[in-house]
Ligand binder design. Sequence first.
Ligand SMILES: O=C(CO)[C@@H](O)[C@H](O)COP(=O)(O)O
Ligand SMILES: [Fe+2]
Length: 232
Amino acid sequence: MARKRLPEVGSFEVSPSILSGDFSNLQSEIKEVEAAGLNMLHLDVMDGHFVPNLTFGPPVVAKMRKHTDMVFDTHLMITNPEKYAKPFVDAGSDHITFHVEVVDDPAEFIKYLHGLGATCGVTLNPETPVETVEKVAPLCDMVLVMTVHPGFSGQEYIAAAAKKIVTIREIVGPNIRIEVDGGISPETVPEVVGFGADTFVAGSAVFGKSNRAKAIRYMLDAAEEAKSRLGK
Ligand SMILES: O=C(CO)[C@@H](O)[C@H](O)COP(=O)(O)O
Ligand SMILES: [Fe+2]
């Protein structure tokens, strides 16, 4: 089967974060969410410098790549994304999200990522003003809004940070995905759908549950219900 690409806008997508999965059993964790019909897998890359935690690098991505055609939605929480983007793409990352806080020329970097054949996204920490992504968000394929301080799964959703989605939706219009990451669950999904998000990263709310297919269904149902209720 051909490798998937970031889905066009028009659908709600759950991108389950493998950070909450069982790292000793990656193959079966991936198969379970793929069998539930998901298109994307969220890979949280941490360097112990930009964030106070460490996860994995390109060799692990290459091993995971052998087991799935899902879009590898790679969230680089690292100080030097310019240095490591290509090794991740070579290892099988389809989509690269970088933090605006650590890139000097985001527009140039977006051009570079597209040149590597990847789709790309910019993201910003909860305390980073939305103005920092104003110029470059429209150049991306998806914008990621952090609703926790990056570094760990299982943290509480920060509603004040989620409100930035409204402004970002105004900036990018309807044709670019807005992904939200941190504390996303069937309880918080309705609010972010109301703000304009369509792509939901979920660690604890998917891999933290024993029945992952059911957890994913709850999340997508909550999004669809919010959409009809709000007439979106
Ligand atoms: O980027 C991060 C954390 O830095 C996230 O992707 C988390 O892994 C999401 O986990 P939950 O908040 O959904 O448990
Ligand atoms: Fe993430």
